[in-house]
Design a protein around this ligand. Structure first.
Ligand SMILES: C[S@@+](CC[C@H](N)C(=O)[O-])C[C@H]1O[C@@H](n2cnc3c(N)ncnc32)[C@H](O)[C@@H]1O
Length: 285
């Protein structure tokens, strides 16, 4: 593994695929304008997991703070995105805690054992669905992004829930945004088997955890995003790289990747998944 450490405010020259260890907002500020063709990412969900790391996203006390932080990060993402580029954004939802302040330690998944759950957001009631994906999508639309599609990721193997007063959740959203009205999109690269234009409901099984937290992308979920939005050799950015699934699909499809990840352990794990000898890790201090 090749390691480089740079101190702010040095600017990063992008010459090959690499993983950049640091906070997404800070690292993005050091990337040149228009250096990536597409962005495929899934930020941490709000109030769901404590990765036990200062600076992590998702532990903001109030929902508006979480949304503001993501809108600011995606404004930087827009700057580093080519003018004809796109953003594929998966973000999870949740329910208000129903005034339950504490979540018991979870022995099987330490990251799930948060000390305190956030309060019920202002204007919402106990048991309300938060509606985070659409709240974020509309905020990004207000911020200038073109909201082009809401894709339903249907999970045929979704976990059962012990609820009796609503349907079991078996889907998440992926939003397709563009920076401009016209953008690069190769519909032929992802036609359905019957030759039709790809539909907006994608059935993809979730996979067993790679990291000690859930929400690892199944490669089959993000392959169409990358194939439709990039040509061979283009750069794909994931500012919340986690275990590096975007990098794996880039390697498989002949694209380059830039992965940003705050958690040093996850950077190590992603580098191992991607072939440690080949991986270039840059640390932004
Ligand atoms: C939902 S996971 C991404 C999983 C990834 N899609 C995969 O396939 O493994 C979100 C990731 O964001 C990282 N993260 C949290 N706060 C961050 C921040 N401020 N800057 C960069 N990464 C952050 C977490 O450590 C976690 O790995």
């Amino acid at each position: 593994m090749k390691h480089t450490k740079i101190n702010a405010p040095a600017s990063l020259a992008i010459e090959s695929s690499c993983i950049i260890e640091g906070d997404a907002y800070v690292v993005l500020a050091h990337l040149p304008d228009q250096c990536v063709q597409t962005v495929v990412t899934s930020p941490p969900y709000w109030g769901l997991r404590d990765y036990d790391l200062p600076g992590q996203i998702g532990l903001e006390e109030a929902l508006p703070q979480y949304l503001n932080r993501l809108v600011a990060i995606f404004a930087e993402v827009k700057r580093v995105l080519r003018d004809d580029g796109t953003l594929w954004l998966n973000v999870g939802d949740g329910y208000t805690s129903g005034n339950r302040g504490w979540r018991a330690p979870d022995k099987k998944n330490s990251a799930r054992a948060m000390e305190v759950r956030p309060d019920t957001p202002e204007g919402l009631k106990p048991k309300d669905l938060l509606g985070i994906p659409w709240r974020l999508a509309l905020r990004l639309q207000d911020d200038g992004w073109y909201l082009r599609s809401d894709i339903i990721w249907h999970k045929p193997n979704a976990m059962p829930e012990s609820v009796k007063d609503r349907p079991t959740r078996a889907h998440e959203y992926i939003f397709l945004f563009s920076k401009r009205e016209r953008y690069y999109y190769d519909q032929n690269a992802i036609l359905e088997v019957n030759g039709r234009n790809k539909r907006s409901v994608w059935s993809v099984n979730t996979l067993p955890l790679v990291l000690p937290h859930a929400a690892t992308f199944p490669p089959a979920l993000i392959r169409p995003c990358i194939l439709a939005s990039t040509r061979s050799g283009d750069y794909v950015l994931d500012p919340f790289f986690g275990s590096g699934t975007v990098g794996l699909v880039c390697e498989e499809t002949g694209r380059n990747y830039l992965g940003i990840e705050l958690h040093a352990e996850y950077v190590k794990l992603a580098a191992e998944r991607l072939g440690a000898l080949m991986t270039h890790v840059v640390k932004v201090a």
